[in-house]
Design a protein around this ligand. Sequence first.
Ligand code: PEP
Length: 257
Amino acid sequence: MGSEKKAAPKALVAGNWKMNGLKTSGAELAALAGQLKDMADLPCDVLICPPATLLAHFSEAALGSPIQTGAQDCHPEDSGAHTGDISAEMIKDAGAEYVIVGHSERRTDHGETDAVVKAKAEAARRARLTAIICIGETEAERDAGKTLEILTGQLEGSLPEGAKAANTVIAYEPVWAIGTGRTPTTEQVAEVHAHIRARLEKALGAEEGAKVRILYGGSVKPANAAELMAVPHVNGALVGGASLKAADFFGIISAYL
Ligand code: PEP
């Protein structure tokens, strides 16, 4: 891939706390901020996506630190009769900069289609948030040799018009690697990330497509982060379980230090 010769985009290490965390979990945020405190010019961006209940609190607590905040989902509309949902505008108002859309748990638990994910990514852009669009194959799809085909369909179906590197991040998360302790081989990750890069360059143009960050997610831990983050076209990580404890998350960030 020619684009790997261009400067790689600045990496992003993002933590997805899922449905975990109470007010007392602010101690982990504070501990992480403390570890990053004296590091000028961090070579990667650092993001925590806590549950919605903690978003405003974490956004305020993270001010003055290099840690940015994001939500885990948003509704496509800006307001209205959608009990229990939150809009991209509300997320921005809470002080966040990012929103995860199309996580496999939402695709599975809430039946979210690519069209729904695309509408959510469009809402993120409308609210001046960066959308982290998640795509990934199931184990059955990988076993059937359909990985690249599935990912192409998800990417093309979820990527909104006007997507740019400044408002879009792609997270490749094999469903079978999430929360299982299993990861693809570095060769498998390399194949998928090169494929996503090529599709992004086709969809957005070579220059813009080369700048979009492509994260790997699925059982990233301090012990395997350096190896995974060294794979071409891996521009950071989306981390679930290992983002809950500051020490583990810092261990993953350390792959870039
Ligand atoms: C995730 O859910 O986005 C994830 C990558 O989880 P874990 O790191 O726990 O596998």
